[in-house]
Structure formats: C-alpha cells, structure tokens
Ligand binder design. Structure first.
Ligand code: FES
Ligand code: FES
Length: 187
C-alpha cells in the first residue's frame, strides 16, 4: 500500500512502558494487553475476561486507568504506559503493594495486578476518602475469590499512608486529588 510502513501486517510504533521506549511492530488488531504480555513479555498484567468486564488487565495510560484488553496498541504511540511492573519493585514496593500484603488483600492473586493499578489511580484521583467511595471507584475490578473486604482495608491504609507522607488527612488528600483530576479533565 502506498505510504505504508512496516511489514505486511505490522505497523511500527514506539510503546513507552514503565519509562522505557520499545520500538516494535504491531498488527492493527492487536490489543495493548496482548502486546504487553506477548511481545514485551510483561506478564504482570493479567487477562481475565478479555472483554472489559473484570479489570484484571488494568494499566495506566498517561496516568489514567484503562482496560488494556479494550485498548488497541497501535493507538498508544508515544504515550506513557505504566504496568504493575512499573508500580514498584520487590525491594521498593509502592504503598498499595505494601498495604495489599499487610492486609492480606488477595487469595489466588490473579486479579491483584489490576486491583493494584486501579487502587493506585483511585488514591491519586482522590476517590479513596471513604469505604463507600473506594468500593464505588474500584467496582470495575472483580475478584472471584471475594477478597473485597481486605482490598478496601488495604486501599484505605495506602490512602492514609499517602496522605501522611504529604502531611495531610486522608479526606484532605481525597479532596485535593479530586480537584487535580477535575483540573486535568478540564484542561
Ligand atoms: S481482561 Fe480486560 S477487563 Fe477483563
Ligand atoms: S484474589 Fe483471586 S480473583 Fe482476586
């Protein structure tokens, strides 16, 4: 086809994942989830339903959570993608990762990467001011083992820790996060 680049089916793009640029080729039909797992070998992001219903595949795209199973890789050229591998490490876990361990917030663990990504965004967005709010804003993430009570406890603890680090109350952090999210949405 005139003007096309790449191989017969592949299209070149740069996927920026966890701060590293990957120059790869993808087929137009490939989802971000499949490219992360199968091309880049980042298997932390899980495939549950593969149709937007469970949240197991949640990653951050330019700081906002998305279901990577519903996101085409080809459209993410140059955007900032964060997966659970970029959230923290074994030696330096993120506050949500520490809280999930401390509050026993997983059983089989299959939904956990998506829950962690959603929890981190939920806190950053300012939607972790109460248990009801946490439940509402984490409702897109399904846990078939039903570890929900522990997950809410962990998110609450991580939100409190984040607020303490910033020298404010969790409710204050929630309000400030919401304000930031609204400003970003309106920008
Ligand atoms: S695998 Fe993406 S929402 Fe279930
Ligand atoms: S811990 Fe098993 S699905 Fe959530």
């Amino acid at each position: 086809m005139p003007g096309s680049t790449g191989t017969e089916h592949g299209r070149p793009l740069t996927l920026r994942v966890n701060g590293t640029d990957h120059r790869i080729e993808v087929e137009p039909r490939q989802t971000l989830l499949d490219v992360l797992r199968e091309t880049l070998g980042l298997t932390g992001t899980k495939k549950g339903c593969d149709r937007g219903e469970c949240g197991a595949c949640t990653v951050h795209l330019d700081g906002r959570r998305v279901n990577s199973c519903l996101t085409l890789a080809l459209m993410q050229d140059g955007r900032e993608i964060t997966t659970v591998e970029g959230l923290g490490s074994a030696g330096a876990p993120a506050p949500v990762q520490r809280a999930f361990v401390e509050h026993d917030a997983f059983q089989c663990g299959y939904c956990t990467p998506g829950q962690l990504m959603s929890a981190a965004a939920c806190i950053a967005e300012g939607h972790a001011g109460s248990d009801a709010e946490i439940r509402e804003w984490m409702s897109g993430n399904i846990c078939r083992c039903a570890a929900y009570e522990h997950i809410v406890r962990a998110v609450r603890a991580a939100a409190g820790e984040t607020a303490a680090a910033a020298g404010e109350t969790a409710v204050g952090a929630g309000q400030r996060g919401r304000q930031r999210a609204e400003e970003t949405a309106g920008a």
